[in-house]
Design a protein around this ligand. Sequence first.
Ligand SMILES: Cc1cc2nc3c(=O)[nH]c(=O)nc-3n(C[C@H](O)[C@H](O)[C@H](O)COP(=O)(O)O)c2cc1C
Length: 180
Amino acid sequence: MSRALVVYESVFGDARAIAHAIAEGLSDGGLGVDVVAADQGPAEVGPDVDLLVVGAPNHGFSMPRPSSREGAVTQHGAEIADPDRGLHEWLDAVRLDATGARAAAFDTRSDHPKLLVKMDHAARTEEKLLRGHGLALLAPAEHFSVTDTKGPLVAGEEDRARRWGATLARALAAEPAGRT
Ligand SMILES: Cc1cc2nc3c(=O)[nH]c(=O)nc-3n(C[C@H](O)[C@H](O)[C@H](O)COP(=O)(O)O)c2cc1C
């Protein structure tokens, strides 16, 4: 059975909910799936992982970083155990022995204003970091909307995430020769 690992960062719970919905879709598509928060992520990802999916909220036109996490705490009352640990830091540090494995990225973002929504921020950086590990992208990044800084997700986004997970599973099955 092919295996997927979903690693996410989430301050207010929305990206976490999307990560779990994607995992359900992957599982429906026949994959074995693990979901883990980036600050609990494994130090090493081995060759048993065929698909790595990562996602985080947009923070200040990019992925979350220590200063933006501290901003979330001071300005929005977030509770963050360690502002120095998140998805970017995990991707920077993880040892990846998943040559030929596929990857995909997602992010969560505000659903307004329109100009902001169109811009690719966190997911683009995530894709760059994934490519830097030699991973081939299985599909373009997907973006999921929240109605406000602390959520909730726009109605229907978890269903869409489930469908996206199933689509990724089908794409992986259609291109099993990903490993080089
Ligand atoms: C410090 C901070 C900066 C943010 N910057 C952006 C931004 O640049 N673009 C955007 O669409 N949303 C921005 N947001 C809203 C977040 O994307 C939103 O809080 C997040 O998607 C919710 O996901 P979470 O519940 O997993 O944390 C920002 C939120 C915070 C706390």
